[in-house]
Ligand binder design. Structure first.
Ligand code: ADP
Length: 442
């Protein structure tokens, strides 16, 4: 380890250099001349050292510094040490970056690091394949100039990355990518995953359910037809078959409603958003639901109140909305004890069209609430079966609402009752003239 230049030693050296010169000069009666020559020689020597140093720093022909003399030896050595420390740090940083890149290469997804202005900083090998990028040609290019899909451009420029984007790349056959963007430090990390296989499986599942439901329809209709024929006066069933016959008719109806529900679920899943959006006269639709509810309600004697804002219409898919609204009303009737109270409201809350069904029925325990919208989920299977429930009603409601940019909310207390409600955005509201109102769908 080299010492820092010692001030005393420097002074001593200067003194030892100038003292003999001053003495000789004094003896030859020209002390200033000798001191001047000495100072000049010293200056030239220092300049020479300075030149060697700058020559080495700029041209760097050898890794080691030139041999320094006197005080310059420490300067040369100090700079050399500094350079070595920097070189070590640079190597450590390069190693860190190399390891990060190796890690990013090992990720089974395409990764692209972007600046805030969407210019590409770095991408892994998979990104070249999956996103069709070229490296290093595309370095510094804006990603939204290279992937021109309008959905992608909008997603990237809106900078709202809390939800993933699904993108049909059109690069490979029916390739679907799930794109997520994570902001970190000053940059953005884009991760693209090929979800084509998952999408295919999901589609296969939907197709399977739709096909099976469809195929079950014909045998069911035939069976129901024959059973009804047996029920008619001219073909009375033998007495011993009476009970079985009744049960068969009930089960046939149940299966028919199950198949219909499965079919409507498949239809909703299959249709694109806003495909069949039209002006829907919700008050008229609720009037029909009210009439149906009253007939369902006859033997239970519930107090059924409908509080409907007659001016409130929205834009949407009429048949889907009808099943979402009616499922909540009919559930309230099914799961509220005789003589209970059911209150249905369609009103504006904070300018948002809102539908709410409140009952004082059995209520639902908290652990079930989040699962109610799963297909075939029923709190009490035996009870639900008795009411003719399939466990598909709330799943349909959930899908319908999500396609109308809304969500089902549930509040319930066991023994006190439940509140099911949802709101639409205020943009969904429409104002119809009397004439339009007659033409609108229910
Ligand atoms: P289901 O056809 O069985 O009624 P749903 O999907 O409509 O199926 O409802 C799922 C389950 O949620 C029902 O089985 C029932 O246990 C519960 N549920 C729905 N609505 C109510 C309600 N108003 N009060 C109590 N429980 C309810």
């Amino acid at each position: 380890m080299y010492r820092v230049i010692d001030k005393q030693a420097l002074t001593r050296r200067l003194f030892l250099y100038f003292l003999p010169l001053a003495l000789i000069g004094y003896l030859l009666s020209a002390p200033f001349l000798f001191l001047f020559i000495g100072a000049f020689v010293l200056l030239v020597w220092h300049y020479k050292q300075l030149y060697r140093l700058s020559d080495w720093l700029i041209n760097q022909r050898s890794f080691n510094p030139p041999e320094g003399k006197g005080a310059w030896e420490q300067v040369f050595e100090g700079i050399y040490q500094l350079q070595q420390r920097n070189r070590k740090k640079r190597n450590e940083l390069a190693e860190l970056i190399r390891r990060f890149r190796e890690g990013a290469e090992a990720i089974p997804d395409a990764v692209v690091v972007l600046q805030q202005d969407l210019s590409i900083v770095w991408c892994n090998q998979l990104a070249l394949k999956v996103l069709g990028l070229q490296w290093p040609t595309d370095h510094g290019q804006r990603l939204d100039n290279l992937i021109r899909d309008p959905k992608f451009v909008k997603y990237m420029n809106e900078h709202r990355f809390d939800e993933a984007l699904e993108l049909d790349t059109g690069l490979a056959h029916e390739q679907v990518l799930e794109i997520r963007v994570m902001p970190y430090a000053e940059q953005l990390m884009l991760v693209a995953r090929d979800v084509s296989r998952l999408k295919q499986l999901e589609q296969m599942r939907k197709d399977f359910v739709a096909n099976v439901s469809h195929e079950l329809r014909t045998p069911l209709t035939v069976m129901a037809g024959y059973l009804e024929m047996m029920d008619s006066d001219n073909m009375p069933p033998p007495a011993m078959w009476a009970k079985a016959h009744g049960t068969m008719i009930d089960q046939c109806k149940r299966m028919d409603s199950l198949v219909n529900q499965l079919l409507s679920l498949s239809r909703i899943e299959g249709a694109r958003k806003q495909d069949n959006d039209k002006a829907v006269n919700i008050p008229a639709m609720l009037e029909l639901i009210h009439t149906e509810a009253k007939s369902l309600n006859q033997d239970k004697g519930h107090t059924l109140t409908f509080d409907i804002d007659q001016t409130l219409d929205i834009k949407g898919a009429a048949d889907e909305l009808r099943s979402a609204f009616s499922n909540l009303v009919f559930n309230a009737i099914h799961y509220t004890k005789p003589n209970g109270r059911i209150h249905v409201r369609w009103y504006l809350e904070d300018e948002k069209p809102t539908f709410c069904v409140i009952d004082n029925g059995d209520g639902i325990a908290p652990e079930h609430i989040n699962r109610l919208t799963e297909r075939f989920y029923r709190v009490d299977k035996a009870r639900s079966r008795k009411t003719g429930g399939s466990g598909l009603g709330l799943a349909i409601t959930k899908h319908v609402l999500s396609r109308h940019d809304s969500a089902l909310r549930i509040e319930s207390k066991v023994g006190e009752g439940s509140r099911f409600w949802f709101s639409f955005s205020k943009q969904k509201r429409i104002f119809m003239t009397n004439d339009e109102s007659h033409k609108s769908v229910i």
